[in-house]
Design a protein around this ligand. Structure first.
Ligand code: 5AD
Ligand code: SF4
Length: 494
């Protein structure tokens, strides 16, 4: 009989993710295939451990990861595991991780360290690390050397392999690593356990080919590849039938949707228009890239009432010099021209953005250009970050700037952003807005909360029966982070 392999040996048989290789990848045709589960994997708990097993998924990072977690849960339910909400009760814990900045990663290493004790209490417990971190070479090395408590490691392209990976982990009692596939495929038909029955995320494409010099995503998520239009449109039609009220189309750079099709000419604008015609009440999308946001898309946004008047358009910097070093391929002027055009098509548009400060070579003049752009663009919100070097990306090798300088820049920028946030809310004071009711507010459980078309958070008093409905709310007061309102007597819309 062949000798059982050790965890290390199994690791060595896999191709570790390589940032260098990822940059060389070609736009070869994408493999599309349908997800299936082999019967032998169903009810593994009973078959292998003689009892029903449980699982928990911990999600970090962006909406892409949240959508992936819904698929992990979908697969685990199909395998007949039961979802639990406490680590102590779980037989499998998934860490669906984010690699975008160093502090996100450090948090996860801290959590993994803590789990050693849990493993002593539950000898069946499997710890699975997935998402973006395993796609980095440095993570794989560190996990392999210092975190033996991690049993399964798989990357963003291997979610459909969960049944097989779990099976291998039980059968071999070894660590199972499956990361790679730098290009990535498209797997249709994975079960998805949606966390909401009101709002849904819909993946329209995977990966990113932009290679902004600071960003790890093109390496962790593979090449840009679009789902076929029919698959997306059918998914949305099903959501409409099930009574969903809002969809958010997801991709790292949704404006590049369709560029990889070799047999059809079909763009993001085409998709947006076809989806607008499905009668889904609200459509949002994220994330956009200013270079690829085209006139057709902006025109479609202006044409359909059910495409929401909010756009998240990450600008990153207002300095042309820095934008060039970031490989963003647009200038401050082009950015402003585009948003001005869009604001004409969509009057009252709410614009939000992402900004990085402290990028290598950013001097006071560059930083002031960013502040100037923030004023001119009238952002009503922004995620702001201090640049965090990511191993393997070009910018990590540039000369870094002083951390205290970056911190001071972030503080001052945030003040300006908060002013924009407050101003964006203030414009709705003393008016009636349409709110899609999400549920009770976390901060104030007596109040209902929901979002307006412009993506403004509203708190108001109301009955539980309104959850999932559209209501008209009169805004009596605007705060920096939310609006406070009162239900109109003819509140219920549809
Ligand atoms: N450092 C800081 N911020 C980053 N982002 C991406 N990579 C980095 C990095 N290395 C930010 C960008 C992006 C958002 C999702 O995260 O602003 O738009
Ligand atoms: Fe990263 Fe977005 Fe640039 Fe792609 S477009 S490399 S995801 S910042």
């Amino acid at each position: 009989m062949a000798k059982e392999k050790t965890g290390k040996e199994i690791f060595d048989t896999y191709i570790a993710p390589s940032l260098k290789e990822a940059r060389k990848r070609m736009t070869k045709d994408t493999n599309n295939f349908l997800f299936e589960i082999d019967d032998r994997y169903i009810d593994m708990g009973i078959k292998i451990r003689d009892r029903k097993l449980t699982y928990m998924v911990k999600t970090y990072g962006c909406q892409g990861n949240l959508a992936d977690s819904e698929k992990i849960c979908g697969i685990m339910d199909a395998l007949k595991y039961t979802e639990v909400d406490k680590e102590e009760k779980a037989d499998v814990i998934f860490f669906n991780t984010c690699a975008i900045r160093e502090n996100a990663e450090n948090r996860i290493y801290g959590e993994l360290g803590r789990l050693k004790n849990l493993k002593k209490r539950n000898r069946d417990l499997l710890i699975a690390l997935c998402g973006c971190m395993p796609q980095e070479e440095v993570t794989i090395k560190r996990i392999n050397e210092s975190f033996p408590q991690v049993d399964i490691v798989f990357g963003t392209h291997n979610i459909h392999k969960i049944p097989e990976l779990l099976y291998k982990a039980y059968k071999s009692n070894n660590n199972v690593f499956e990361v790679m596939s730098i290009e990535g495929d498209i797997v249709e038909g994975m079960p998805q356990k949606r966390i909401s029955d009101i709002k849904a995320w819909v993946d329209i494409m995977y990966g990113c080919d932009e290679f902004c010099t600071y960003c790890i995503v093109p390496y962790t998520r593979g090449k840009e590849r679009s789902r076929r239009p029919e698959a997306i449109i059918n998914e949305v039609k099903e959501l409409v039938e099930k009574g969903y009220k809002e969809i958010t189309l997801l991709g790292q750079n949704v404006n590049a949707y369709g560029k990889d099709f070799v047999d059809i000419k079909y763009s993001f604008a085409n998709l947006l228009e076809d989806l607008a015609k499905t009668n889904i009440p609200r459509i949002r999308y994220t994330t956009s890239h200013p270079r690829d946001l085209d006139k057709d898309t902006m025109d479609v946004m202006g044409k359909y009432e059910n495409i929401m008047p909010h756009l998240h358009l990450p600008v990153q910097s207002g300095s042309d010099k820095i934008l060039k070093k970031m490989n963003r391929k647009y200038t401050k002027e082009i950015y402003l021209e585009k948003i001005n055009y869009l604001k004409k098509q969509v009057p009252g548009l709410a614009l939000t953005t992402d900004i990085i400060v402290g990028f290598p070579y950013e001097d006071e003049d560059d930083y002031n250009e960013t502040l100037d752009l923030v004023r001119k663009a009238d952002f009503e919100g922004a995620y702001t970050f201090i640049y965090s070097p990511r191993a393997g990306t070009p910018a990590a090798t540039y000369e870094q700037i002083d951390e205290d300088v970056s911190k001071a820049r972030l503080l001052k920028l945030n003040e300006l952003i908060n002013e924009g946030f407050a101003k964006g809310n203030k414009r709705f004071e003393n008016s009636v807005v349409e709110v899609l009711v999400d549920g009770f507010s976390d901060k104030n459980p007596e109040m209902l909360c929901g979002y307006t078309k412009h993506n403004k958070l509203v708190n108001f008093e109301g009955d539980v029966s309104l959850i999932g409905k559209f209501v008209n709310v009169y805004i009596d007061k605007a705060y920096t982070w939310h609006l406070h309102g009162t239900l109109k007597s003819d509140a219920l819309q549809k």
